[in-house]
Design a protein around this ligand. Sequence first.
Ligand SMILES: C[S@@+](CC[C@H](N)C(=O)[O-])C[C@H]1O[C@@H](n2cnc3c(N)ncnc32)[C@H](O)[C@@H]1O
Length: 266
Amino acid sequence: MLREAFEYLTTPCPPLARRYGYLAEMVALGARHRRQRRAWAPHVEACRRFVLEAAERAPRGGRALVAGSGLLIEVPLPALAERFGEVLLIDMLHSRSVRQQARRHPNVRLLTLDVTGALAPLDAALPDGSPLPSPSPPELPGERFAFALSCNLLSQLPLLPLDAIDRKAPNRPEAERERFAQALARSHRTWLSSVAEQATLFTDTESLWLEGGAILEREDSLWGLDLPPPDRGWDWDIAPAPEEDRRRSLRHRVGAWFNLAAPTGT
Ligand SMILES: C[S@@+](CC[C@H](N)C(=O)[O-])C[C@H]1O[C@@H](n2cnc3c(N)ncnc32)[C@H](O)[C@@H]1O
């Protein structure tokens, strides 16, 4: 508790990201990872193995981008820094521990950025009732990336913006909220494929609630996005009981694609 309060108070974070809850989420992610380290280990191992395998398909040297770098739990940063000429880590904020890790590699840079480009326009639209904005992902200066990795980010993109809509504009029609969420997910996929030769992505595709081994509920996490069958897949026991619920456990199904910029996804 003390550690989380300290992190919350001392982590550099843009005011908008703080107000929309990104800092609180990142602190909570770290705390949950510490509590569930053992349950998460197969997932963390699968992510890192997948990222290494994906990176090996891209030519050595060149530029690499990691969107949703978070706390680098799932990202083998030393291997990426060794393989590529430059590695750009993008997130809404970067913790002190990530800044320290990045400093160990002269070719790793941090970019604090909203990859949807929708948060600031959303913040402007909510108070006066104007339509929810369309996403407008950033243009990144410099040479085209050889490798872009979206790192457990796609399903998350709409969550905090939707929370803000519910808090600040609860009467927005459900269909408008849904269109907004779907547009964020869709434009992320398009953006990733447009910035790099190889667009690698992993994300949770489904959430399952389980009790005593039986599936009680399952929910799609892809916001209606139509993706090809994943190249790799695994389960992530993200919240075994009683982490979120006394009896029920939450499991995510994760899908991973080596290259969504290629027509076949291979
Ligand atoms: C599930 S976490 C990813 C964990 C991370 N891959 C790791 O290894 O620790 C999702 C990350 O996406 C970031 N994120 C969410 N929405 C974003 C946005 N619009 N732009 C940039 N980053 C975003 C969050 O701040 C968070 O760090």
